[in-house]
Design a protein around this ligand. Structure first.
Ligand code: SD4
Length: 301
């Protein structure tokens, strides 16, 4: 049975993504297959302006996608600045499984995807293009604390990057992270999500961590690796996330007041914790007892 299995994801749409992952776990599938299935669900979601095909573009109007996947035994793969491919998470997995490398970017990532049988397709939605044209009127790059969710509870635009962590019935862990990155980013900008150790880190010996928010802060702090290392030193997932957030604040106290950073972690016992800089971060848990739990993260501000 899948009693020991569990999956956790960032943000409210994590509930739907978890259910896609749970189908795999409940059938005795691997954590790796589960997180890929969950991330694919999010990438296909038609109302998410920060992941996959409905993502907002960069400031040149190009939708460029970042994704990473990692297994608890240290295998990992990622793609960055990938364009015109619907499922970056599956390309990341192919990088892990079919190449001697960990990360492919831009044109090379797309070339590899096409060689692997992924279809090239135009992804920018009319809504995202319109949002970009509106943005061009001011060209003001000022990431909102919780992307489109702030102050509009229940709004269908209530979404953000998905980071997903899972443990399967055999105790193997895996994680996935997929995003269109920060809306109106510079062309060529890469965030934390495809960088192993920044947006995602998984170690079967300890646990796993993922992040959402302004990726520059996660990269600066090797944040997901930091959270896992704090758990290795004996901290609970919640304490590890909180300590990592404190590190972000100590490093850039002023910027921390206006940027959102969110960490989510699970240890090898399946215990889960989260912490954010600002209020508004929620995460979804799914296991054999409850399929649709949505919890509020504690925060500094
Ligand atoms: C990035 N961390 O590209 C991602 C975006 C995100 O909430 O998580 N937004 O920086």
């Amino acid at each position: 049975d899948a009693r020991g299995a569990r999956v956790v994801s960032t943000w409210d749409f994590g509930v739907g993504a978890n259910q896609a992952a749970w189908k795999v776990l409940a059938a005795g599938g691997s954590a790796l297959d589960a997180v890929e299935a969950g991330a694919r669900w999010a990438e296909s979601d038609l109302c998410n302006p920060t992941v996959g095909r409905c993502g907002n573009p960069d400031r040149d109007g190009v939708l460029s996608l970042d994704a990473s996947i990692m297994a608890g035994d240290g295998r990992c793969g990622s793609v960055a600045a990938l364009t015109d491919i619907l499922h970056p998470i599956s390309v990341a997995r192919r990088v892990m499984e079919k190449t001697p490398h960990v990360m492919l970017v831009g044109e090379g990532a797309q070339q590899f995807a096409v060689q692997q049988g992924f279809e090239r397709q135009k992804l920018l939605t009319p809504e995202a293009e319109k949002a970009w044209r509106d943005w061009l009127k001011t060209e003001n790059y000022a990431p909102q604390i919780n992307a489109e969710r702030r102050g509009r509870p229940g709004d269908k635009d209530n979404h953000d990057t998905i980071g997903m962590l899972a443990i399967d019935e055999s105790g193997q862990m895996a994680g996935a992270c997929t995003t269109s990155g920060m809306a109106w980013k510079m062309h060529g900008r890469v965030g934390d999500s495809p960088i192993i150790g920044a947006g995602l880190y998984v170690d079967n010996d300890v646990g796993a961590a993922t992040a959402s928010g302004v990726g520059e802060e996660m990269i600066r702090n090797a944040a997901s690796f930091l959270v896992v290392e704090l758990m290795r030193q004996g901290h609970s997932p919640a304490e590890a996330c909180q300590e990592a957030i404190q590190r972000v604040v100590r490093k850039r106290p002023e910027a921390s007041r206006t940027l959102q950073v969110c960490f989510l972690a699970m240890n090898r016992s399946g215990e889960i914790g989260a912490y954010a800089l600002h209020r508004g971060f929620v995460y979804a848990i799914c296991d054999s007892k409850k399929q649709d739990a949505l919890l509020d993260s504690p925060s500094v501000y």
